[in-house]
Design a protein around this ligand. Sequence first.
Ligand code: FA5
Ligand code: MG
Length: 386
Amino acid sequence: LSFKKKWKPPVASVLEFGGVKIAKDDVVRDDPTNNVPDSIFGKLGMQLHRRNQHPLGILKNAIYEYFDTTYPNKFDKFDDLCPIVTVKQNFDDVLVPADHVSRSYNDTYYIDSQTVLRCHTSAHQAELLKGHNHFLVTGDVYRRDSIDSTHYPVFHQMEGVSVFSPDDWQASGLDATDYAANDLKKCLEGLARHLFGAVEMRWVDTYFPFTNPSFELEIYFKEKWLEVLGCGVTEQEILKRSGKLNNVAWAFGLGLERLAMVLFDIPDIRLFWSTDERFTSQFSDGQLGVKFKPFSKYPPCYKDMSFWISESFTENNLCEIVRAVAGDLVEEVTLIDNFTNKKGMTSHCYRIAYRSMERSLTDEEINDLQWNVREQVQSKLNVVLR
Ligand code: FA5
Ligand code: MG
């Protein structure tokens, strides 16, 4: 798959983050390693989380309110840091191993070999730790990922970090790590109650390179457990590198869309990008409890596609092609059949669900999309259509 692309000037050619101006032409050089499609690049600078009438902005403000009432003036807040970061910031500084999958071109958008679109707000942890002990960082993050109602290649996270000193844990009788883990869980359970009132939730043990122990919080939503955040006790090495030798800290990264979906009853993650007034008019500044009323649901249309894969095939590459062709008209891509024949050839059958959130699609339109997807898959993915 060749990532080389011709750069077309975008509508907004200058981006501004925290008062720093960046010309888009300066960031996207015609670099052979650049795998950022125009549709993704166009999302830079939109900053949905800074719009007070948008569900993500309303949610961000409600989380701020929780921290401000629970811990007055304690947390410094950042929501305007540039999403274009170095590989060092995004991965090395948070101890992501050199061979970790998240570093691959299959998972992360690279502008060039040393520059990425941040894949998490943890990219800012190390630098902020140098001057701050308690902070929240909200921002748009970017990932090559699968396609369904809870995954989108651009989404928003809020990072929280809190550093403690020996006085804090010594009085508790707990060791430093247990103290931080307890405080973290108490803080996030309190946040969930502040946002949702009563809600069914559970903690799941997990792994992150930058925390130990590590946890995920899941919330029961639409008959499924939905992962809404990752968190844990910060690895000592990260604190040490920022000069905090005698401290312990916790950190979390919330998925804002996931929380907002539960909070506002938003059924599909694509809706956050909708400019349809039937969506946008349902939300207003400071109004947290309002449930979204779906405008009539338009029918989906399913198209199946089978092909023999090659070794280099990945589902993320397929999804990237489908998104490039169909944009937000694609709702879900699912592997529905997978077998290997006697000659050792493997066949995959994917079902693509097309559905607009805003109108009925015509047969002709869908056939066009599917035809284009087939053509692009054939020419770019090194697979053989069946
Ligand atoms: C992280 O990104 C870690 N940086 C979180 C963290 C921070 C852990 C600090 C420990 C300490 P993860 O990849 O699980 O973890 O993403 C965090 C959350 O983002 C998920 O729980 C989920 O709510 C949300 N999320 C992940 N991928 C997507 C996606 N494609 N679309 C929408 N939301 C997503
Ligand atoms: Mg996760």
